[in-house]
Design a protein around this ligand. Structure first.
Ligand SMILES: *[C@@H]1O[C@H](CO)[C@@H](O)[C@H](O)[C@H]1NC(C)=O
Ligand SMILES: *[C@@H]1O[C@H](CO)[C@@H](O)[C@H](O)[C@H]1NC(C)=O
Ligand SMILES: *[C@@H]1O[C@H](CO)[C@@H](O)[C@H](O)[C@H]1NC(C)=O
Ligand SMILES: *[C@@H]1O[C@H](CO)[C@@H](O)[C@H](O)[C@H]1NC(C)=O
Ligand SMILES: *[C@@H]1O[C@H](CO)[C@@H](O)[C@H](O)[C@H]1NC(C)=O
Length: 720
């Protein structure tokens, strides 16, 4: 690498930097092959080690398996990454039967390597992508080589590419979008030619890919969006361009950067729903109507009366994610928890104690004989809900609820259905008007307590031992409309009414698409740190404050620790400061109208526009994390790290090149070549020191003198 670095320098940097650089750019193929090979070699080395489940492989490997056995599951990320992992596993002979229960489980004879290799393949592509991007933006080979060296020899990038994770797939699409955007920009003098269309379409495709793996893909969409707005603004200023041509430009971008990605993204979901057609652990997160699509769910192919009537036996499901069924049982609230009456809870599992009979409020005992006509329940009607098993009425009163103290307690009250006026509830259909009927599965209803005006509410909090760790149900006096106070009828039995097949109530594709997005977004914002969990703050990341344990904790285990190569990460951090300083100087010089030589002009151009785009990418992929409420991890920094590494390449190249301004030509050239070489040697040496982080450490931990990593634990917070 070193030898190459120097020979390059001498070969491509002839007296006039400009001509030399252009010449250099025209023969980069053998170098491209070299960096690609190095990238593959570092990522594929020891790919099968350790032969057990590492870190989040337990999630993403399992989800890949679900695609192979077609079982429906729920995850907070869009489906593309897991679908590709499943496909890679399927094509390489993995049969989807490994349970991926917890990190550390041995794979034994299961074929997991194919999935790891697929991730490593995409992870290896980041290097050539970065190489081509930097080359295009800076027109400087040394800059591209420096950027790729930081990526090839970064232990963090290597580790994150070697396991069954979403990150390499996400990074692949992010870098793919950036590369195609940059290539597209370079075609701006040849609008509407084949190349131009090719890169534009590829940009759109990669954007859909990035968003299809994780919602973090939105940041790169923003980057491409800003670039497109800038580009269109420039075209608008070009008065040689007719309005019709401008319209064509606009239309091409709408087509390739909006319509194409949106339709690809929807196609992903269509495939996702088509493949996952069996009932599984994800069912409970979705509405009853959604579940009726899944083979094996009790609602699949079921038949029941369509509209609710007095005398019906029903189960009520809360609309919240993983909202339980309204439940009661032969147990009283304990002493000191509101009134000592029968418990009412929300229970996640199907159970006969979830059944309730909907009765008329006053008539007691119910006078409706077998021959009486059926009376449908309409929006605004009063009902009494009798628990089928215990014959107690759903009841509320102004006593405080067990956990949510500002709400009222909900109990089962009365004997054989005889209660008091605190048992009366009004049924309201959301978006309904007087006369609307209550439809099973589809109607969202609210139960309003007549005496106090509060809403039947499932707080999602878990009751202590006395409540069998089921979820709390309260009556909320607050008007706010949240899913917690909305319910839908799931099971419905009424012998007097004709059954209809639920087939007709199955939700359409747009409905399930919207529902799964609502569930994903709620799931994401619900990812709050648990107690004692390692939490990471965004300011930790650029300084490489703390990594993540991928495998192993103690001396006897095979340990892999996800941590960036500190030399590279600190170099990246310094480079950001350096970049800001240099750009400020260049901007001031331009603003003051200094007499700029053509060399300086070119350098400023690269700094402001080429490196500026990379800097913008870093900003967009880093700062939004400061505003996120969800739990954050170290690995969230990797998209930003890619931009940071590319910036390092361009910044140092420009800095060393500008020695030209101060020193005589031959000396400047020597400084430039040696400077780039020195940086690459530094990177190689640090990789030599830190490579066990990625390729596995066995033996004493780093604080012991006999450890392979002795003396390298430069920060207290590193755990290896
Ligand atoms: C599908 O695969 C997952 C993960 O390996 C496993 O937990 C689940 O039981 C499997 N389901 C079926 C129906 O085989
Ligand atoms: C799946 O593959 C594993 C390992 O190769 C094997 O032990 C198992 O029997 C296979 N299961 C099925 C259902 O083919
Ligand atoms: C599903 O419904 C169809 C038609 O109503 C019926 O022929 C089929 O046997 C049902 N399948 C199951 C598993 O109930
Ligand atoms: C409730 O009904 C049961 C059985 O129908 C009967 O034995 C019991 O006496 C009734 N209790 C009251 C208070 O009506
Ligand atoms: C409706 O279906 C239920 C079982 O799902 C069955 O018990 C009931 O008899 C059916 N009712 C009619 C009127 O067919």
């Amino acid at each position: 690498m070193y030898a190459n670095g120097t020979s390059l320098g001498t070969r491509f940097l002839r007296p006039s930097l400009t001509t030399a650089l252009n010449e250099g750019v025209s023969h980069p193929l053998h170098l491209l092959i070299l960096v690609t090979l190095l990238s593959f070699a570092t990522r594929f080395y020891k790919i099968s080690e350790p032969p057990h489940v590492c870190w989040d492989e337990t999630h993403f490997g399992k989800m890949g398996s679900y695609y192979i056995n077609r079982t429906f599951f729920f995850d907070v990320h869009p489906p593309l990454g897991k679908m590709l992992i499943g496909l890679a596993g399927y094509l390489t002979g993995y049969n989807g039967t490994f349970p991926f229960q917890k990190p550390g489980d041995r794979y034994e004879e299961h074929h997991y390597i194919g999935m790891r290799m697929f991730c490593a393949l995409l992870g290896s592509c980041l290097v050539p992508f970065a190489y081509l991007t930097v080359l295009e933006l800076s027109k400087s080979l040394p800059a591209a080589l420096l950027a790729t060296a930081t990526l090839i020899f970064d232990t963090g990038c290597i580790t994150i590419s070697q396991y069954i994770l979403l990150d390499p797939i996400l990074l692949f699409f992010i870098m793919g979008s950036v590369l195609s955007m940059v290539k597209f920009n370079s075609q701006q003098h040849r609008p509407f030619c084949t190349c131009w269309w090719f890169w534009l379409t590829l940009t759109g495709t990669n954007l859909a890919g990035a968003l299809g793996v994780k919602f973090v893909g939105l940041f790169v969409i923003l980057l491409v969006g800003l670039n497109t707005v800038h580009d269109l603004w420039r075209l608008l200023g070009d008065i040689s361009l007719s309005m019709v041509s401008f319209g064509k430009h606009l239309l091409a971008r709408v087509l390739c950067l909006i319509l194409l990605p949106v339709s690809l993204y929807m196609t992903l979901f269509a495939i996702h729903f088509f493949v996952l057609n069996k009932s599984g652990p994800g069912d409970g997160f979705f509405s009853s109507a959604f579940q009726s699509r899944l083979i094996g769910n009790n609602l699949h192919n079921a038949s029941m009366p369509e509209y609710l009537a007095y005398g019906s036996v029903i189960t009520l499901k809360n609309i919240r994610i993983a909202g339980g069924y309204l439940h009661s049982h032969w147990h009283l609230y304990p002493e000191g928890v509101g009134a000592r009456q029968q418990q009412v809870t929300a229970y996640l599992h199907k159970d006969y104690n979830n059944l309730w009979i909907v009765k008329k409020p006053k008539a007691n005992p119910d006078p409706a004989g077998p021959s009486d006509p059926v009376k449908y329940i309409k929006h605004g009607d009063l009902v009494r809900m009798e628990h089928k098993e215990t014959s107690r009425n759903l009841h509320s009163h102004p006593h405080e609820a067990p956990l949510t103290k500002k709400h009222f307690q909900v109990t089962g009250y009365g004997l054989n259905g005889t209660g008091d006026p605190n048992d009366y509830w009004r049924i309201e259909v959301i978006g309904g008007k007087t006369g609307d009927l209550v439809k099973v599965l589809r109607s969202k209803i609210r139960l309003v307590h007549l005496a106090t005006g509060c809403y039947l509410y499932s707080s999602g909090k878990t009751l202590p031992k006395w409540g069998w760790e089921q979820a709390e149900v309260t009556c909320s006096p607050y008007m706010k409309e949240t899913p917690n106070s909305l319910w839908n009828v799931e099971d419905h039995f009424n012998t007097k009414l004709p059954n209809i097949s639920l087939e007709v109530l199955k939700p359409s594709f747009p409905e399930i698409l919207i529902e799964s997005h609502i569930v994903m977004i709620r799931g994401n914002s619900g990812l709050k740190p648990k107690e004692n969990e390692v939490t990471s703050k965004p300011w930790h990341w650029p300084i490489n404050y703390q990594g993540l344990r991928f495998s192993g904790v103690n001396e006897t285990e095979y340990r892999v620790y996800l941590l960036g190569n500190p030399i590279i990460w600190w170099l990246n951090l310094v480079s950001i400061g350096l970049y800001i300083t240099m750009t400020s100087i260049a901007a001031i010089a331009i603003q003051r109208g200094s007499q700029l030589t053509s060399n300086v002009k070119e350098i400023s151009q690269v700094l402001l526009y080429g490196a500026g785009q990379i800097m913008l990418g870093w900003v967009l992929h880093y700062f939004p994390f400061y505003f996120m409420g969800r739990i954050l991890y170290y690995h969230h920094y990797f998209p930003a790290m890619l931009f940071s590494s590319m910036l390092t390449g361009v910044t140092w190249d420009t800095l060393l090149k500008s020695c030209d301004l101060l020193l005589p030509q031959p000396i400047a050239r020597r400084v430039y070549i040696n400077g780039v070489a020195l940086l690459i040697i530094l990177i190689l040496y640090s990789f030599y020191l830190f490579h066990p982080l990625s390729y596995g450490m066995i033996g004493p931990l780093a604080h012991e003198p006999s450890s392979p990593m002795a003396g390298l634990r430069w920060m207290e917070s590193w755990e290896f």
